[in-house]
Design a protein around this ligand. Structure first.
Ligand code: GLU
Length: 338
């Protein structure tokens, strides 16, 4: 029987670093190097390797991920594995999930420990990603799974996966839902399929999105915050280039009372999504009164971000604005996230 064809696309990140003369890790390895470091891959699949870029994921752009999605759509393979840095994987994987509607597995993976360390996790993560991409259950359910992240032998939905630690090996988790599957020995053990109605609804409105970048500001609400930056941004002739905003709100969807005027002013000026700074929702809709609680903010026109983490809400809002969707449609898409 012929082996499945898996195409590895390398963007950069820790997984692709090597030490310079000072010992500092620099981007350098390409897809061929990553694949060559795991000889067993050849026994599992026919591997294609393509180096897309050699950048840290902290410097990736929305445009680069759109270009990557276009490239993935053209790939002739039974599955795709993207390697990149861990820093923005929670955002890039979700953007790919919004842009791609494919019948084949699309998997994003990375490494926390670089290749110069004694126990780098990159080779194991790449092997796990390829094993997941070639697994029968995963292939059969590729559409239902959407884009997934594979780290440390666990499989996570792109809409839920978060980087929860800056340095340790087990840095990824889906805090709301848990992993979708685990890799044990060489087999995938499925746990669950993700609920994807909101992603699918969003994707139907975003199909073929090709507009220009639509920068979205992120405001993280904190103790005693009066959101004084907001009016300065709005006072700039071009609003500093921002077309929308996400407010990472406290608790079930609250901002400090002293910030209310600024928050509402922002929402009047541009689509503004409220998302839980606690890391994931759903948020409240009708519990608390007061000028800066969920009832008042919703009545004042703030868009409710549902269960999406603020970083993921920002990805969805940028994509909606880039696609030219109006405020009402944007609100409807976010509403489906709970
Ligand atoms: N900041 C770099 C990146 O995200 C390295 C971190 C990593 O890959 O884990 O690409």
């Amino acid at each position: 029987m012929s082996k499945p064809r898996i195409h590895v696309l390398a963007l950069g990140g820790t997984i692709a670093t090597r030490p310079d003369s000072t010992g500092a890790m620099q981007m350098g390895l390409g897809a061929d190097d990553l694949v060559a470091a795991v000889p067993v891959l050849k026994e599992i699949a026919e591997i294609g390797a393509e180096t897309v870029s050699r950048v840290g994921s902290h410097s990736l752009s929305f445009d680069q991920i759109h270009a990557l999605a276009t490239r993935i759509r053209d790939v002739k393979a039974d599955g795709v594995v993207v390697t990149q840095g861990t820093d923005t994987m929670e955002e890039t994987s979700f953007l790919l999930d919004l842009l791609l509607d494919l019948e084949i597995p699309v998997i994003v993976t990375a490494a926390m420990r670089n290749p110069a360390l004694t126990s780098p996790d990159g080779p194991g993560n790449l092997l796990a990603a390829v094993r997941v991409a070639t697994d029968d259950w995963v292939r059969k359910n590729a559409k239902a799974l959407g884009v997934v992240a594979v780290m440390l032998d666990e499989v996570y939905a792109a809409s839920d996966v978060l980087k929860v630690h800056p340095t340790r090996l087990n840095a990824f988790a889906s805090t709301q839902t848990g992993p979708l599957a685990a890799l044990v020995e060489d087999r995938v053990v499925p746990f669950a399929l993700p609920v994807r109605n909101a992603v699918v609804a969003a994707r139907s409105k975003l199909a073929g999105v090709s507009g220009k970048a639509a920068p979205v500001a992120l405001f993280w609400m904190s103790l005693d915050d009066d959101a004084a930056l907001m009016p300065f941004m709005l006072a700039a002739p071009d609003r500093l280039g921002f077309r929308g905003a996400v407010i990472a709100a406290m608790g079930g969807g609250h901002t400090p009372e002293r910030a209310t005027e600024n928050v509402i002013g922002l929402a009047k000026a541009m689509p503004t999504v409220v998302s839980p700074r606690a890391g994931g929702g759903p948020m409240l809709r009708k519990t608390y009164g007061g000028s800066s609680s969920e009832i008042a903010l919703r009545e004042a026109g703030l868009i409710w971000g549902g269960r999406l983490h603020p970083l993921k809400a920002r990805v969805l809002l940028e994509t909606c604005l880039r696609a030219g969707l109006d405020r009402a449609t944007i609100a409807e898409l976010f509403d489906a996230f709970g």
